[in-house]
Design a protein around this ligand. Structure first.
Ligand code: AGP
Length: 606
């Protein structure tokens, strides 16, 4: 995820910026850069790759100056490269900008600016901001800044400097964090507190729609109309390790709690009033009509997202969907041809088996659509089409927000394709669009439920657990079990609830924990019958159900309620309690939550 650092004071800016950028490395990035003033001129240095590369360039170019802005980039628009890294400069190099977030209307702004003679040097959305600033700069940088920001749609944490007024840094925030740190005869800016914690613990946290004008002795925070706001200063009490985790004990917990915000990023620009749009995809109605089958191929959690995807695509597009584990698919000689769409799902975009599956599919003439998180990854480069999940970097080995955003991306793709070929009515699509719009706030409600720790307390001494469900609930159960196994090391299995009595029921004895997901009305009574079967053998039953379910509690030792919602969209929300149950169970057992034994975040070997 991109990071921002800014400094204004009496000291040399570049070492302070560099040190701040290093503190943001944990967030993941692919390039970095800084800009400072030197003898009235803006100097900038940027480099693809690690901060060490930037540092060696800085040593050569020595951009002196006591005001500066720095950035670590995690590619979204445009691959990782020197040109695409921030800061971005205007054509005569007297304004520099760093930006986190996504400018949704950048294509139309770019067209407008190009017609007016502005020359673009990068593939980024950010570059429009610096040209807009130049366009509006007419003796007052602040006025130009307000005008430029008012043209932007999307999300931003933004810092800008100009050689014309080299005593200030201007900032703005919408849907992307930005803090201003208070020093003595110096002030700081950062997207994340760890970047400036060594210098100050006093800061102002900007809210959406707020602007800041920062000089070395003053911080003015203003609203969208330019009126100065009096803001409460915050005192940061975390140590730097806790600050990296945003105050959470583990990255996994932080990533679980990030989900409501991250969901908005996945939906942004795609969810329209009553439809879904995917302008970046480049898939036409004719392309969709050409497919006779969809194959979803992936590993681990991404494979589980594919299992939910099967129902999503079949229900909306009325097309057969097969799902396969990438390490199996590649050796199976699967039945794919030029009439097959192969969807490869991968958070990292670097999983060896999934890359091999992608290549195999292309060799058979199939078109490949990548659902991935990492811009510039092998999978994103080799696929014919890419749909990014926009989860931001996931650091914990156990995947959480990537899984749920993979699901949301699948819903968006399916509704988009169904709209193109008319397999759902406009009303049906509008209904699901409304449901998806509500997903971030439903996620907030689920995260507020206090019951997970108690369930974990009861699970922590167990050696085995079973998860049951039917249909979409079964797919969610498979992912819930993987979470529990990989971080708590409790042996667990997920079963299609109706399948248990064909063998595995023999393992259910007095006190065996059975977590049942029972959210789908179409199979509700059937699942209750299966719950009765395990209860009759002494199982301890925990049920995940929708809030309007008045029956399940009669059959459960413990209940977990999710908000009442559209059954079809439940997997995104039902996954969250299972993530938290696994998390708190692992914490109670004292395991290494973020880096479980024997596992790696990105599996680049067969
Ligand atoms: C899940 O928590 C694991 N980290 C793992 O199963 C992971 O989903 C799998 O290795 C696939 O990774 P990818 O999404 O990066 O391809």
């Amino acid at each position: 995820m991109c990071g921002i650092v800014g400094y204004i004071g009496d000291h040399e800016a570049s070492p302070i910026l560099l040190e701040g950028l290093r503190k943001l490395e944990y967030r993941g990035y692919d390039s970095a850069g800084i800009a400072t003033f030197s003898k009235g001129e803006l100097r900038y240095v940027k480099a693809e790759g690690k901060i060490d590369t930037l540092e060696s360039r800085l040593l050569k170019e020595n951009p002196i100056g006591t005001i500066g802005i720095g950035h670590t980039r995690w590619a979204t628009h445009g691959r990782p490269s020197d040109e695409n890294s921030h800061p971005h400069l205007c054509n005569d190099c007297n304004i520099a900008v760093v930006h986190n977030g996504i400018i949704e209307n950048y294509l139309e702004l770019k067209e407008e600016l190009e017609k007016e003679g502005f020359v673009f040097h990068s593939e980024t959305d950010t570059e429009v901001i610096v040209h807009l600033l130049k366009k509006y700069l007419n003796g007052d940088f602040e006025v130009a800044f307000y005008k430029a920001v008012s043209r932007l749609h999307g999300s931003y944490a933004l810092c800008a400097i100009t050689a014309d007024e080299p005593d200030k840094i201007l900032c703005a925030r919408k849907d992307s964090p930005l803090v201003v740190g208070l020093g003595e005869n110096e002030n700081f800016i950062a997207s994340d507190i760890p970047a400036i914690l060594r210098h100050t613990r006093k800061c102002y946290i900007l809210e959406d729609g707020e602007f800041a004008v920062i000089t070395k002795n003053q911080i003015k925070i203003k609203d969208a109309e330019g009126v100065i706001i009096s803001k409460k200063m915050q005192e940061i009490t975390w140590n730097s390790e806790a600050a990296e985790k945003g105050g959470y004990e583990h990255f996994m917990l932080k990533e679980i709690y990030e989900q409501p915000e991250v969901f908005k990023n996945t939906l942004r620009g795609r969810l329209k009033e009553r439809t879904v749009d995917f302008p970046e995809l480049g898939i036409s109605k004719e392309d969709v009509l050409n497919w006779s089958k969809i194959y979803i191929v992936a590993c681990g959690t991404a494979y589980h997202a594919g299992l939910v995807g099967k129902t999503i695509f079949e229900k909306t597009m009325k097309i057969p969907v097969e799902v396969d584990i990438a390490s199996e698919y590649r050796y199976r000689d699967p039945l794919v041809d030029e009439k097959t769409l192969v969807i490869v799902v991968s958070q990292s975009g670097e999983t060896a088996d999934t890359i091999a599956a992608l290549r195999h599919s292309k060799s058979k003439g199939a078109k490949v659509l990548a659902v991935t998180n990492v811009v510039g990854s092998s999978i994103s480069r080799e696929a014919d089409y890419v749909a990014y999940i926009w989860a931001g970097p996931e650091i914990s080995v156990a995947s959480t927000k990537a899984y749920t955003t993979m699901l949301i991306t699948e819903y968006l793709l399916a509704l988009y394709f169904a709209g193109l070929i008319g397999t759902l009515s406009e009303e049906e699509i509008a209904g699901y669009v409304e449901g998806l719009r509500g997903i971030p706030s439903l996620a907030v409600q689920v995260l507020e439920n206090p019951s997970y720790k108690l369930i974990a307390e009861n699970l922590k001494e167990e050696t085995d657990a079973f998860y049951l469900g039917r249909g979409l609930d079964w797919a969610v159960a498979l992912e819930g079990v993987l979470k529990l196994k990989e971080i708590s090391y409790i042996h667990a299995e997920a079963y299609a609830a109706g399948e248990l009595k064909h063998g595995t029921l023999a393992l259910i004895t007095d006190g065996t924990p059975v977590i049942t997901i029972n959210t789908q009305k179409s199979v509700f009574d059937k699942t209750i019958s299966n719950i009765q079967e395990v209860r009759a053998r002494g199982a301890k039953v925990i049920i995940v159900a929708q809030a309007d379910d008045e029956a399940s509690h009669k059959y459960a030792e413990q209940m977990v309620y999710i908000p009442t919602m559209e059954d079809f969209l439940v997997p995104v929300i039902a996954a969250i309690p299972l993530q938290l149950i696994a998390y708190y169970t692992a914490v109670a057992r004292g395991t290494n939550v973020d880096q479980p034994r024997n596992l790696a975040k990105s599996v680049t070997v067969e």
